[in-house]
Ligand binder design. Sequence first.
Ligand code: ZN
Length: 140
Amino acid sequence: MCVQCGKSIAMDANVCQYCGKDYRVQPAPVKKQTVMPLIGGILVIIAALTEIYSGLVVAFWGDTMNSLMPVDLGFDTLTLICGLVFIILALIALIGGIFAIQRKKWSLAIVGAVFSLLGGYFILPLVGLILIAVSKSEFD
Ligand SMILES: [Zn+2]
């Protein structure tokens, strides 16, 4: 039975032969998704993790220097602050990378990717930043 004209049609009919009603399932418009945010996010996370490690090294470097020097040069406070700032930026980068993988909060993912550039592996997070930047339309 056709829902539009009421005439009897075959159960498996794609189109009603009387009124032309189309019974084929219309594919819902799917948001185009690529692996770019995923790869970009992973690159940013790797860079962020190495950045956290670098921050820890910097944070405790002053202590090592002071123990090697005959006089206290006051390195420890300065390097500790530098290291902590580095770690905070790295944590923002880490969060940005996670958001990139989830395709959420594009602007935060971009900020995180920019901060991940400070980690040392410059090319790696730069590729990540570009991948996230060009896949903006995939983000919520
Ligand atoms: Zn019909």
